[in-house]
Design a protein around this ligand. Structure first.
Ligand SMILES: Cc1cc2nc3c(=O)[nH]c(=O)nc-3n(C[C@H](O)[C@H](O)[C@H](O)COP(=O)(O)OP(=O)(O)OC[C@H]3O[C@@H](n4cnc5c(N)ncnc54)[C@H](O)[C@@H]3O)c2cc1C
Length: 367
């Protein structure tokens, strides 16, 4: 598609996005949303520092522990959100680290290791900086509020348990841990909420569909959600003669969920399968991983052999291409020539039903 593969630090990415904003004064930092009050014609958001803001809609992009989602659930009929209130689970935990350059590791290299109940991924970014993940199984599956938050001691204890684990030949956990410049150790929550919007509140990203990171799609899905919501809101404003009535807003926000729901759900499911396949979670996962690997694993491993040759001629690269070329685009902007120059990129808008990632339907029966 005309773009190379790049590994990006989140802070750098946010700085680049922020640099592009024309109206930076609209961004208010260090605001913690505490409560949302539903007025007749607007919403009032109250923050921890005592400030408050009103608007026609509230968009919750506040991650897995979303306050906006919680407030929305309080305002919605209890029956409607009963299932969502307990739908967040966690079965795996991950180290996510950046360490100092290690002699011998070359820029652009990627290494994966798959083993019983754990898997690892190490990328060598620019400046030979290794970025690494180590995913391991928790002692049990946790639900909702019982999902643990880990301390530094928990992390160090786990790292010690795997100190000799090799991410690639000669690069051990203890070596990476002793030279980290950034490190976190977090439970990998999974969730696919049914109710994304109520009245003038809408959620997007991790707040509403949270996936494990092995597939590297959580952030992409959040960005896709932002694009679809933007399209829906623009259409509402363009066609409504300034009508921002509750009825019009509710219709628009439900349309956003309808356009996004299936695709987001597929990614949550597929990410969960990949995490379990790579950690050889059960015999079923192990067999699939050994004999019918999902293309992402092949792609990660740098292979290009035909995936499931009897069923399709989709290679790992084809799969990734299809996955991205079925993504939504901002309707009001032209598609970059870099993309349209490639045959793989569509030039016509896609029907929402067709925007599911490829082959997800085939994968799901194996759950
Ligand atoms: C280890 C790891 C690796 C990953 N790798 C990839 C990858 O390679 N590619 C990819 O696409 N995705 C990846 N992801 C997933 C990606 O990071 C998330 O899906 C993405 O950040 C979700 O974006 P979000 O805006 O929905 O939520 P977040 O990024 O969690 O942002 C939520 C924001 O809301 C703020 N907030 C929270 N509560 C409040 C409140 N009450 N008031 C105001 N603000 C609040 C938080 O401070 C935060 O800034 C990875 C995730 C993990 C854990």
């Amino acid at each position: 598609m005309g773009y190379g593969l790049g590994i990006f630090e989140r802070q750098r990415f946010l700085r680049l996005l922020h640099g592009q904003l024309r109206n930076k004064e609209k961004i208010h930092l260090k605001k913690r949303v505490m409560t949302i009050i539903d007025g007749q014609d607007s919403m009032l958001v109250k923050c921890a520092d005592g400030s408050s803001y009103t608007g026609h809609i509230v968009v919750g992009t506040d991650g897995i522990h979303s306050r906006v989602r919680t407030e929305m659930q309080c305002l919605a009929p209890p029956d409607l959100v009963l299932k969502d209130k307990t739908s967040i689970t966690a079965e795996y935990v991950s180290f996510f680290g950046t360490s100092k350059a290690i002699p011998g590791l070359k820029e652009g290299e990627g290494h994966t290791v798959f083993d019983l109940d754990h898997s690892s991924l190490l990328f060598v970014g620019s400046g030979h900086i290794p970025q690494w993940f180590f995913v391991t199984k928790l002692d049990k599956k946790y639900y909702g509020d019982e999902i643990p938050r880990f301390t530094r001691e928990d992390m160090e204890k786990k790292a010690l348990e795997y100190e000799d684990f090799q991410f690639c030949e000669g690069v051990t956990m203890s070596q990476l841990m002793s030279t980290t410049t950034q490190l976190s150790y977090v439970a990998l929550e999974e969730a696919n909420h049914e109710v994304w919007t109520h009245r003038r509140i809408v959620c997007l990203g991790d707040s509403i569909h949270k996936m494990t990171p092995n597939y590297g799609q959580g952030g992409n899905q959040a960005i896709e959600g932002a694009a679809v919501l933007t399209n829906c809101l623009r259409k509402m404003l363009d066609t409504g003669n300034g009508d921002v009535s509750l009825e019009k807003i509710e219709k628009t926000l439900l349309k956003y969920q309808r356009l996004r729901g299936k695709r987001a759900e597929s990614f949550v499911k597929m990410s969960g399968i990949i995490t379990r396949d790579e950690a050889l979670a059960t015999l079923k996962h192990t067999l699939r991983f050994l004999y019918f690997p999902l293309p992402s694993s092949e792609w990660m491993a740098g292979k290009s052999r035909t995936w499931l040759s009897k069923r399709s001629t989709l290679t790992g690269a084809d799969f990734q291409t299809k996955m991205y070329s079925t993504a939504p685009v901002l309707d009001h902007l032209p598609i970059p020539p870099r993309l349209t120059a490639y045959k793989s990129w569509r030039t016509k808008p896609m029907k929402p039903e067709a925007a599911k990632p490829p082959r997800a339907q085939w994968v799901i029966p194996f759950l």
